[in-house]
Ligand binder design. Sequence first.
Ligand SMILES: Nc1ncnc2c1ncn2[C@@H]1O[C@H](COP(=O)(O)OP(=O)(O)OP(=O)(O)O)[C@@H](O)[C@H]1O
Ligand SMILES: [Mg+2]
Length: 316
Amino acid sequence: MNSPLYSIPGSATATPPPPAAEPAAPERTVAEVLARSQVESVMDELDRDLVGLAPVKQRIRDIAALLVIDKLRLNVGLSAATPSLHMCFTGNPGTGKTTVAMRMAQILHRLGYVRKGHLVAVTRDDLVGQYIGHTAPKTREVLKKALGGVLFIDEAYYLYRPENERDYGQEAIEILLQVMENQRDDLVVILAGYQDRMDTFFQSNPGMSSRIAHHLAFPDYSGAELAQIARRMLLDMNYRFGDGAAETFDEYLRLRLAQPHFANARSVRNALDRARLRQASRLFTDRDRVLGRDELTTIEAADLRASRVFTGGAGR
Ligand SMILES: Nc1ncnc2c1ncn2[C@@H]1O[C@H](COP(=O)(O)OP(=O)(O)OP(=O)(O)O)[C@@H](O)[C@H]1O
Ligand SMILES: [Mg+2]
């Protein structure tokens, strides 16, 4: 196929030059780079806010180390090609892929790899048109929005539909490949989805596979990690478990894990949202009671027990 060379306007040239502050001396130590970029605070936050995910956190530290050393190399005059940072996040639903991608965008920004550090999350429908001629403008529009940050393509394998030989997904892939190569100093693409489907996608799209430098696998959470995630989420929302509610939630998790469509931390969030609804309904019935902080923040065991998971229904 003889496709034109796509270049997305609005990259480096559109940014105003940095303010003419006194030129800082180039960093010469890792500590100096870390201090100036404040990247360490993002990594500490990531460690603190996200439960588990040890292998993912380690990979992120490795990538950050590469960028820091690259900067030091540059400072002593060692030039090198910009490292390719396109990534692939594989894992089941609710394992934290989108959340980590947002943090990754911040880290890349602080280390000066991308200009803005925002994340544009899309799926096939945002890139691929229904009719001939619609796909290229759609894909280019998305790329333009993502330049200077991270383009996160969820369930990326849906771009490739070999069963339909006139599918426009291929056109989107071609454009992505070119921009991933030519503008990789200003755009990081993260493909996300299930491991097995991603493997199949890469087998049929070696061009894409060869442009992905980092593969991060997101494992399912253990029961203990899910319980800890629940506590973290409650705290963030200004709620707490009342007497016996934490044990009831452990029981809930055990039952829910054995049911179909369990989606890790996403299911935990949904379960807590439903418990909040029940708590509100419970408090709502007593019109004249003065509701203090305690009542307003407490999820009781009964709010969890009312779930269909306990009453034998499927799904919730
Ligand atoms: N390790 C974790 N610690 C705390 N909260 C987490 C963790 N992982 C995920 N969450 C929370 O769970 C929810 C789902 O996470 P996220 O959307 O990042 O998962 P995902 O892998 O992108 O899932 P999907 O495939 O369904 O899009 C979010 O509210 C997120 O904050
Ligand atoms: Mg997601």
